[in-house]
Design a protein around this ligand. Structure first.
Ligand SMILES: C[S@@+](CC[C@H](N)C(=O)[O-])C[C@H]1O[C@@H](n2cnc3c(N)ncnc32)[C@H](O)[C@@H]1O
Length: 250
């Protein structure tokens, strides 16, 4: 994991590692009409330090498997769960989302916030389908164009970063093609990006650079993040994370 050490160092003390919010996780729960008293089995894939995992554990009577391939993030999540008295509801699993050790139809709910892009939305929803019970729910957030057209500079940047970026109607089509009935969609408001993610990230840059001797690699990471933030600030009306809820068909 040597390549990831700087990213771990920059992100592990953060409450979250991507745009989102506790209220928005709860809103997705409402949209999915998940029974808060049911003894559900949930996988939270790409959980980071557990922003969504903690909300789910707090609100549900569920057993949650929190998956990430960075053990350092899972250790932070374990500490947070312990402090909040939620450890009994959460089991961490250090493994890749490409190669999950789950059984067929093992889970009632698959949850994934800001992480499926790592293997691509289409591949993720297709590959993870078999782990869900028939009638089970997929709740996934994915970067999404929220306008029909956009400045070419922006289009070029995101198509370079993530060619699968698209409008919600296309993402919903992907869900329909891969064995799901989409039941809900909304997109994250600006404060989920700026107040909840980008501003706290910027506040960590100075100490991050000092800790890492102002190395070229550390500076490159900060520059890259700043470019992404600048682009968001300029073009925030054109994209966000879409949150998609879909039911597995039989
Ligand atoms: C943008 S962060 C989102 C984290 C968290 N869900 C949140 O919203 O704060 C993406 C997460 O996916 C994890 N990740 C990236 N590639 C992965 C892979 N192949 N398998 C498992 N986890 C992965 C990263 O370690 C990171 O924690």
């Amino acid at each position: 994991m040597k390549d990831y050490q700087l990213l771990i160092d920059l992100h592990k003390d953060a409450k979250r590692q991507g745009p989102g919010g506790d209220a928005e996780t709860e809103k997705a729960l409402g949209l999915a009409m998940i029974d808060r008293e049911a003894p559900l089995k949930i996988a939270d894939i790409g959980c980071g330090t557990g922003a969504s995992t903690i909300v789910l554990a707090r609100l549900l009577q569920a057993q949650i498997t929190a998956v990430d391939f960075l053990q350092e993030f899972l250790e932070v999540l374990e500490g947070r769960a312990e402090n909040l008295g939620l450890s009994e509801k959460i089991t961490t699993l250090s493994c890749s989302m490409e190669n999950l050790p789950f059984g067929d139809e093992e889970y009632d709910v698959i949850w994934s916030e800001g992480a499926i892009y790592n293997i691509g939305f289409e591949r993720g929803v297709r590959d993870w389908n078999r782990y869900l019970k028939v009638g089970g729910l997929l709740v996934v957030s994915e970067i999404t164009w929220i306008t029909g057209s956009r400045p070419s500079e922006l289009q070029k940047y995101w198509e370079g970063e993530y060619p699968e970026i698209d409008v919600a109607s296309s993402k919903i089509g992907v869900l329909e093609k891969n064995g799901y009935s989409p039941t809900g969609y909304y997109f994250l408001p600006e404060y989920c990006w700026l107040d909840n993610y980008y501003r706290p990230l910027q506040d960590r840059f100075k100490d991050f650079l000092i800790r890492n001797g102002n190395s070229e690699e550390a500076r490159a990471i900060v520059e890259r993040e700043n470019r992404e933030i600048e682009l968001y600030e300029k073009n925030r009306t054109h994209y966000s994370y879409g949150v998609y809820v879909a039911r597995k068909l039989g």
